[in-house]
Ligand binder design. Structure first.
Ligand code: IMP
Length: 427
């Protein structure tokens, strides 16, 4: 079969969970490889409606092994609550495994995420305040605590004591806050460790066996390409790589094992948090998209900024990921729009740019240049066969394929599993 990475092509929230839920029908394994509970994947299926923050969207298929990879940061109470909720809805979680190398989000990470944001004042990044940045910083600074550490209580206590000494100094001396108690954090995390113990292991042998057995393995990305710490709109980015390359690092397999890279895009574009967004619509059209598509953050509930499809950013996303195919979600949102715009280049003073600038000061000055296509009446949410789509909708997809030089193989016209339409066969 194949190893397939599913990557967000924009600023996150493209509907990756929905695409994974659909593709997982035939998958032997689904693995999350980056991010943490800043991600929020909404999945609607016969079990109910779920907002998954850490558990891979393959969990609903009993034959699919689900992995939380080493590249993810795990907030134990969030993960445990998610597992409980799934179990209460009759979902089997015995096929879920958490990498012992995945770093933990600790209470001081969450505190510091909020305190750092407040200190930035008007220049706040608009993080999800889930402790993601501080947890990944500690991983790289070699000051992290890993999921596997919870299984050896003596070693965990020693490590926690020395790290907390430093963190308490920052909390008290930099921010004037109260220190955290080693005993309390230790007790709390030992309790989480006991509950997580059945799920935690070295995931390497499990993944390598699935590859040897020629299984279909989906690597489920979180966030989106334009939030990548290197290639996104730095510093308005997240703290781990959502790119296809992050897929091999985040579960510990060679890039040579990856066969397909699926880029997931919305038919328009959204962003939560601060940072430049050239095609943002601050008018009634943006409001209409937000209302029709319910564009509010799955994790924070914040209204998402909405705009027309940005093909300049999308092409760049294709360049850094190497998409082999695309999935386009929320096409039904455009039902009844008289016309639809696509940004095909930027105007920068007297220059025309067709590449995505790395410097946000430049991007902030870019004005979108639009191409306008005819809309359709709809509704298209009941259509299950691509050939039945209105010709204007097919024309819109064909133009995006042309601009991105990549086939769109899947299109979604609603949030339910059966509203994912195959345009042509996938792997
Ligand atoms: P952090 O990842 O919480 O540190 O937030 C950094 C930036 O990434 C902020 O602009 C967030 O709104 C954004 N972000 C993080 N996770 C997601 C996501 O799952 N979808 C969309 N934006 C996200």
């Amino acid at each position: 079969m194949a190893v397939v990475v599913i990557v967000g092509g924009q600023w996150g929230d493209e509907g990756k969970g929905k695409v994974v839920d659909f593709l997982a029908e035939k998958a032997d394994m689904v693995a999350r490889f980056s991010g943490g509970d800043n991600a929020g994947h909404t999945v609607i299926n016969p079990y109910g409606e779920f907002r998954l923050h850490l558990v891979p969207a393959g969990i609903f298929r009993a034959h699919t092994t689900c992995i939380v990879g080493n590249g993810v940061v795990v907030n134990p109470p969030v993960l445990l609550e998610e597992i409980n909720n799934l179990q209460e809805h009759g979902v089997d979680t015995s096929h879920l495994f958490i990498s012992d190398r995945a770093h933990l989000i600790m209470p001081y990470h969450i505190l510091l995420d909020g305190l750092e944001e407040e200190r930035r004042g008007g220049k706040a990044l608009g993080t999800t305040r889930r402790g993601i940045g501080p947890a990944f910083s500690d991983k790289i600074a070699r000051m992290g605590i890993r999921t596997g550490d919870l299984l050896n209580k003596d070693a965990f206590r020693n490590r926690l004591s020395s790290i907390l000494e430093f963190k308490n100094a920052v909390l008290c001396k930099v921010y004037g806050k109260s220190p955290l108690s080693v005993d309390e954090v230790f007790e709390q995390y030992c309790h989480y460790g006991d509950k997580l113990r059945p799920f935690v292991r070295d995931i390497g042998p499990i993944i390598r066996e699935a590859i040897r057995n020629n299984g279909l393995i989906l690597l489920e990305g979180a966030q989106g390409t334009l939030l990548d710490p290197d290639f996104g709109t730095y510093p308005y980015v997240t703290s781990s790589s959502p790119l296809a390359g992050g897929g091999s690092l985040g579960v510990g397999i060679s890039p040579r094992e990856i066969n397909h890279i699926v880029g997931v895009f919305k038919a328009y574009i959204t962003r939560v948090g601060s940072g430049p967004m050239p095609t943002e619509l601050k008018d009634e059209v943006g409001e209409l998209i937000r209302r029709k598509a319910n564009e509010y953050g799955a994790t924070t509930g914040r209204p998402r900024r909405c705009g027309w499809f940005d093909a300049v950013a999308a092409r760049f996303s294709g360049e850094v990921n190497g998409f082999t195919e695309l999935a386009l979600t929320h096409l039904d949102t455009f039902d009844g729009f008289p016309s639809i715009k696509i940004c095909t280049a930027y105007r920068l003073d007297n220059e025309i740019l067709d590449s995505f600038p790395g410097d946000i000061a430049v991007l902030e000055k870019c004005q979108p240049i639009y191409e306008e296509l005819s809309g359709w009446q709809g509704p298209i949410d009941g259509i299950r066969d691509f050939a039945q789509f209105p010709s204007e909708a097919r024309r819109y997809l064909a133009r995006l394929e042309e601009l991105l030089c990549c086939p769109i193989n899947l299109v979604s016209v609603g949030s339910r599993r059966e509203q994912m339409i195959k345009v042509r066969p996938t792997f």
